[in-house]
Design a protein around this ligand. Structure first.
Ligand code: GLN
Length: 544
């Protein structure tokens, strides 16, 4: 029978509930249990798809096409378990389901209320779509005390009552600040946070205390006493240099044993942590490094491109290269002179996914610079679309080429498919209905033999995740190919461009999909491996 572990957070946000959930999942997985991780987000958006990444971080896209919270990216990277639509829910989605049922008359005349109707919907979600998992780890977004998270807390309280202690475990992640001047840990915020949880009827079973360093014995005693938790269930969640060191660190704190004890499962002696150990051993062990410029609009928040950062990091560790990333604001790249000034010191250039006109010309300039300077270039989604625009603009008579995303243009090399092809399944821009209307999730591409991309994947048919509305106008295929751009990856129906590459350039590749979403520490993505290897090779040869 499936057991449920609920992870809540207290005191402050950003304590790393997502990483804690992922790490616990990994430890359970390494103990040979079947695990699934779910995220319950208290905000009212139906999904994060319409939210600015500057506000909410990256939108992670699942294989089955859901736009989800970026924590699902951590879950996949840590466990390799592919998430699905049914692994992320928001208050908005819950309420919209409840209201839909109300309109359908499904509540048979009753007054629709948070308890039981909203909480029932939440409980249904938590227990739906299971496949014999031993554990479901449910992370509750937000911080205890937020108004929006109350129905979620109420729902998990009810589940405890219904399923019993032997099927449910509450883990609460809090902060234990360390005051340098008085050289002491402060347990009061944690006490308050547990009190807050108790006020909604939840007594945590395990406390994970985020701290700078191991908390003192006295502090543990105090927490145990005031929070009504056995001392051994007060776990240190110590700051570590890399998120990938958290599973090992929590293993040392024996969190898995506490979970087994809670559920009266026999303790496992031989949990093989070799894969984490090997990965972490390789961290910072390389002498080589490359400098990569990422040209984008949201340069102040690495959270906006979490998966991209991680994917580059994975391939760096895998290939023994320190991959140093610098975010360059595309607005500063007004001409080639400025591109030279800001970009010349880098070994390679990457233009990631993006939306809208703002900063797009600067990105196009960066692409032109990468092309001319023969620096390795990777364009992802929007980055690929702009690379196509740049390449066409270089052809005499096509200087005005553009994307219809930026407004009307006489030369729509990028546009909505229905703008140049009829009777095709199309992803329309409906300004009144933006949510969930893009081409989302996994789609196949067929790669051309003897192309760079074919050699990178070493196979003909690939599947990658997408999140875009605009497409390369396939009518420009011949013009592009006559002018040194190979369309080396195409959708199986032959209509959509999935990969472009520039011939006569050491490494210039654009992909319509998001390879970063499938990279994991143990299985870095071949595109990023090739990109980092080639960047280092060219840096060393300095052939440019
Ligand atoms: N704005 C582009 C589109 O909608 C690219 C999207 C992206 O980079 N994810 O097609």
């Amino acid at each position: 029978m499936t057991k449920y572990i609920f992870i809540t957070g207290g005191v402050v946000s950003s304590l790393g509930k997502g990483i804690a959930s992922s790490s616990i999942a990994s430890l359970l997985q390494l103990s040979n249990y079947k695990v699934r991780i779910r995220k319950l987000d208290p905000y009212l958006n139906i999904d994060p798809g319409t939210m600015s990444p500057a506000q909410h971080g990256e939108v992670f896209v699942t294989e089955d096409g859901a736009e989800t919270d970026m924590d699902l990216g951590h879950y996949e990277r840590f466990t390799g378990i592919i998430s699905s639509k049914s692994d992320n829910i928001t208050s908005g989605k819950i309420y919209s389901e409840v209201l839909k049922k109300e309109r359908q008359g499904k509540y048979l005349g009753s007054t629709v209320q948070v308890i039981p109707h909203v909480t029932d919907e939440i409980k249904n979600f938590i227990q739906a779509d299971l496949a014999n998992e031993d554990f479901i780890i449910c992370e509750i977004g937000g911080t205890v005390g937020d108004i929006e998270s109350l129905p979620f807390l109420e729902a998990i309280r009810q589940l405890r009552n219904e399923l019993g202690k032997e099927k449910t475990c509450f883990i609460h992640l809090t902060l234990i600040p360390f005051i340098e001047s008085s050289n002491e840990f402060k347990t009061k915020p944690t006490q308050h946070s547990v009190k807050e949880l108790l006020s909604v009827g939840i007594q945590p079973d395990i406390l994970m205390c985020r701290t700078l360093k191991k908390i003192s014995n006295e502090s543990k005693d105090k927490i145990s006493l005031f929070c009504n938790i056995s001392k051994e269930s007060v776990i240190n969640a110590i700051d570590v240099k890399s998120i990938y060191q958290v599973p090992e660190s929590l293993f040392e704190e024996k969190i898995h044993q506490r979970i087994f004890d809670h559920f009266s499962l026999s303790r496992k002696k031989n949990i093989n942590l070799a894969k984490w150990k090997n990965f972490n051993k390789k961290l910072n062990s390389s002498n080589d490094s490359i400098e990569v410029a990422i040209v984008g609009k949201y340069t102040n928040l690495s959270e906006s491109y979490k998966s991209l950062n991680e994917a580059l990091f994975h391939s760096g560790v895998h290939n023994n290269i320190n991959v140093n990333l610098s975010w360059i604001d595309s607005k500063t790249l007004k001409d080639m002179k400025l591109c030279r000034r800001y970009l010349d010191k880098f070994d390679s250039i990457l233009v990631p996914g993006g939306f809208g006109k703002r900063g797009a010309e600067g990105k196009i300039n960066a692409i032109k610079f990468a092309k001319k300077s023969l620096k390795p270039f990777l364009g992802i989604c929007f980055g690929m679309q702009l690379a196509i625009v740049e390449c066409i603009r270089c052809i005499k008579g096509y200087e005005e080429a553009s994307s219809t995303e930026f407004g009307k243009t006489a030369l729509p090399v990028i546009g909505l498919m229905n703008e140049w092809k009829q009777n095709l399944k199309t992803f329309k821009l409906d300004k009144d209905n933006l949510g969930g209307s893009m081409r989302l999730g996994a789609y196949e591409s067929i790669l051309k033999k003897n192309s760079k991309i074919f050699n990178i994947y070493n196979k003909k048919k690939i599947t990658e995740r997408h999140r875009h509305r605009y497409e390369v106008n396939i009518n420009y295929k011949h013009l592009l190919e006559e002018n040194g751009v190979l369309l080396s990856g195409i959708s199986p129906d032959g209509n959509l461009v999935e990969v472009m590459e520039k011939i006569n350039h050491p490494w210039f590749i654009g992909v319509q999909f998001h390879p970063e979403l499938k990279s994991t520490p143990f299985n870095p993505h071949p595109i990023f491996n090739s990109f980092t290897q080639e960047s280092l090779k060219l840096k060393k040869n300095d052939k440019r």
